[in-house]
Every structure is written in structure tokens, then in C-alpha cells.
Unconditional design. Structure first.
Ligand code: ADE
Length: 421
């Protein structure tokens, strides 16, 4: 295969990466089926598509499907620490997809790589955190003219894009993949739930049974983390600013309190809010000696890192992915994965079986955007319900599960108001 343009760590890792991509593919039957159809139908023939996603085996399988549909694809990383270098190599060496991503890249390289994806002059973008769309809007506005649409994978990205829409500055239609039920009810809940715990355990090997585990944020990700931590035997405390969500957490059986109250109690803290500075200096001052602090949200701003550094008299690295901060009082706080996404930095991210549904939504949303190009306005759209339900239907079928179908009479009953009283 002729080599495509790239900036990756080491192309010789391609074979190792291909094995990882094949392993993930086994658990991605829905995406595989879509790839087969795209190969036949060529919905993206000749279209330039840029993706800014975590460079993982699951993403590789999404891009295989997009390329099979006829697109010219370029990928850059959506986080400097989540790139799996062998996968980047396989994408370039085995699948002929241009990749700009190196695990551990500094900020300059990260943005240079995003610019490489922007220089592809995409007609479609696929984002995880809205970086591509953000950079195009702030520095390369001329590209908006040829941009058909973009997709967005994550809660944080959708929040930003909705803010752009509300301010009237959004210059392209966006399909909010995160808002598909077959995405967030599974990926955010079961994916983040499992993989965030996986990251904390791989980084520290801490025993969760009997520990006090504080989850900050009770959106779908926070719920998943809280549920899985409880499943491992932790006493779980939930912090949440939204009264309805806080009440749900309470009725789901968790203790609900403020950050100030929880700070001296927690053995493990995990943020999943999408916000910033939810754990701050006043909380660090109250935390127990040895507390572990991790983040499962998209950006590394949920833990106030400058404040943590300010409060420390010394730091050390007792294990990979763990930085220990010694405070004036002598207490040691352990920051995991530099406060970046714990599940993708210290572990492998969400399992392929759940990314199958997220990325099936991505693939079908891009296809939808191409088909509907003429009718879409510069707004944030939810994934059409037909696609959402189709992904669930295909997943059930791939899992070999059948479900009952309503009879016409039952359907009529549900849609009428005259029967039954
Ligand atoms: N986001 C969370 N987990 C992921 C994975 N395995 N691949 C790509 N993006 C992800």
C-alpha cells in the first residue's frame, strides 16, 4: 500500500496495531455490518472527511467503515495522552488512512496535528470535544463554505456547539451523536462506568471494597461510575449541583452531600461533570492522607491543577499515571493521569462492544448528513430517531436477542383514548 501522509510515533508498530484493531472488530458487529453496506453503496465517494477522535482500535474500525464508503479520511487525536501508537501505525500502514497523533505529544504538536486535519479541507468533520469545529471557526473560516456538516461524539463538545448555536456563530450543521439514546445510555453509562474504574485500578491497584468513593457529577457518566464503584464494594458518595439529579442519586441509594462535606471522607474522588474547578484548593486542604483524585470528564479542568500545585510543597511519581503531591500538612494527595480522562489515559477507553453502538451512530449520522445536505441548517441536530432505534435493533440482533412485536390491536390501543376507562 502506498504510504499516506502522517506524523505518528513509529510505523513499524503497524502489525501490533492491526492485531488490536482486529480484536476490537470482533466486538463491533453493528459497525461491521455498516462497513459492508458502505463498501457496496459508496455513500462518501470522493468526500474529504477529517476526524478528531481518540486514536484507539475502536476508532480505527469506525474509520475503516468511513473509508470503505469511499471517503478520503484524515485523523488527528482528540487528546494528547489517549493515542495508542500501534493503532496509529496500523491506520497508516495497513489501512492507508492519514494519521497525525503521537501519545504524549505537547500542546504545540497537538494543535499542529489538528491543523493538519484542518488542512485536509474537510467537507465533513467528526469531533470528540469540538476541537476541529472550534479551530475551523476561529482560524480557518473560509473552510466553512465547503463544510457540509460535522458530528460530535461527546457531552462537552455538544455543550460548546450549543453555546455557539445560541450565540448565532455556528457556521455548519452539527449532528449531536452524544444525544442518541443508543449512544449516551450505553457508552456514557456502561462505557465510562467500567473504563473509568478500570483506569483507576490499573493506575493504582487500590482496593475499592470498603473504600469511600466520591463521584462528582451525576449525568450518565457519573451514574455509570457510581454504579460500578458500588458494584466493587465501595461506599459511594455523589456530589451533584442539579437538584433533580441529586435526588435521583439519593433515591438510587447513594449518599448525597456537598464537596466540602465529602472532601474529608473520600478515599477516591472521580470527577465527571463536564465543568471546571469542581475540586479546588479548599477541598484539597481537607482531603485524607493518600486520597486518589481522578477525572473522567473530557477536559483536564475539573480538578483545579494549578491550585493543587500551589498547595504542594513537593511532588513525586510513585507509579506510572500517579503523581503524588505532599501538602504543607504532610498529607499526600495522588493525582491520576495528570487529571486527564482516566479511562483513556490509564486504560484502553470504553470496550469495543459499547463503542460499536456509539460509532454506528457516528457512521450513520455522517451518511445522513450527506444525504440531507440540502436541508440542514447551521444548527445542532439530534440524531434522527430512525437511526437511534436502528442501532439498538442491529445490536440486539447481533447479540442474538429477539424481542416481541405489538399486534395491530395492541398498537391501536396504545394510540387511542376511547378504550379502557
Ligand atoms: N471514548 C471512550 N472510549 C473510547 C474508545 N475506546 N475509542 C474511542 N473513543 C472513546
Amino acid at each position: 500500500m502506498p504510504s499516506v501522509a502522517h506524523d505518528i510515533k513509529d510505523l513499524s508498530l503497524s502489525e501490533e496495531g492491526s492485531r488490536l484493531v482486529d480484536w476490537a472488530d470482533r466486538d463491533m458487529p453493528v459497525l461491521r455490518e455498516i462497513r459492508g453496506r458502505f463498501e457496496q453503496e459508496q455513500p462518501f465517494r470522493g468526500l474529504r472527511i477529517s476526524a478528531c477522535l481518540h486514536v484507539t482500535p475502536e476508532t480505527a474500525n469506525l474509520l475503516r467503515a468511513i473509508k470503505a464508503g469511499g471517503a478520503e479520511v484524515v485523523l488527528c487525536a482528540s487528546n494528547p495522552l489517549s493515542t495508542q501508537d500501534p493503532v496509529a501505525a496500523a491506520l497508516v500502514g495497513a489501512y492507508g488512512i492519514s494519521v497525525y497523533a503521537i501519545n504524549g505529544e505537547d500542546d504545540d504538536t497537538y494543535y499542529r496535528h489538528i491543523m493538519a486535519a484542518v488542512d485536509h479541507r474537510p467537507q465533513l468533520t467528526m469531533d470528540d470535544g469540538a476541537d476541529l469545529i472550534g479551530v475551523i471557526h476561529s482560524t480557518r473560516r473560509e473552510l466553512l463554505d465547503s463544510l457540509i456538516a460535522g458530528t460530535e461524539e461527546t457531552t462537552t463538545g455538544v455543550l460548546r456547539l450549543r453555546a455557539m448555536e445560541a450565540e448565532g456563530v455556528l457556521g455548519v450543521p452539527i449532528i449531536a451523536v452524544n444525544e442518541a439514546q443508543s449512544k449516551h445510555l450505553f457508552d456514557n453509562r456502561y462505557g465510562t462506568g467500567q473504563s473509568a474504574i478500570d483506569g483507576i485500578l490499573r493506575a493504582t491497584n487500590v482496593l475499592l471494597a470498603g473504600s469511600t468513593f466520591v463521584v462528582i457529577g451525576y449525568g450518565w457518566c457519573g451514574r455509570g461510575v457510581a454504579e460500578r464503584a458500588r458494584g466493587m464494594g465501595a461506599n459511594v458518595i455523589v456530589l451533584e449541583v442539579d437538584p433533580l439529579r441529586a435526588l435521583q442519586a439519593a433515591m438510587d441509594g447513594f449518599r448525597v452531600m456537598t464537596a466540602e462535606q465529602a472532601a474529608p471522607l473520600g478515599d477516591v474522588f472521580c470527577t465527571a461533570t463536564g465543568g471546571k474547578q469542581v475540586l479546588r484548593g479548599e477541598h484539597f486542604e481537607q482531603m485524607k492522607d493518600g486520597a486518589l483524585i481522578a477525572n473522567a470528564g473530557h477536559f483536564n479542568v475539573e480538578i483545579d491543577l494549578p491550585a493543587l500545585r500551589e498547595h504542594a510543597v513537593s511532588t513525586s511519581k510513585p507509579r506510572p499515571f500517579v503523581e503524588e503531591f505532599v501538602l504543607q500538612s504532610g498529607r499526600r494527595l495522588n493525582l491520576l493521569a495528570d487529571g486527564r480522562l482516566i479511562n483513556l489515559v490509564a486504560a484502553d477507553g470504553h470496550p469495543a462492544a459499547v463503542m460499536d453502538m456509539s460509532f454506528a451512530n457516528q457512521a450513520l449520522s455522517v451518511e445522513y448528513a450527506v444525504k440531507q445536505a440540502e436541508t440542514l441548517e447551521n444548527r445542532v441536530y439530534v440524531v434522527p430517531p430512525e437511526i437511534d432505534v436502528e442501532v439498538a435493533r442491529l445490536k440486539l440482533s447481533a447479540l442474538g436477542m429477539a424481542i416481541d412485536v405489538l399486534s395491530e390491536e395492541q398498537q391501536r390501543y396504545l394510540e387511542s383514548w376511547t378504550e379502557g376507562t
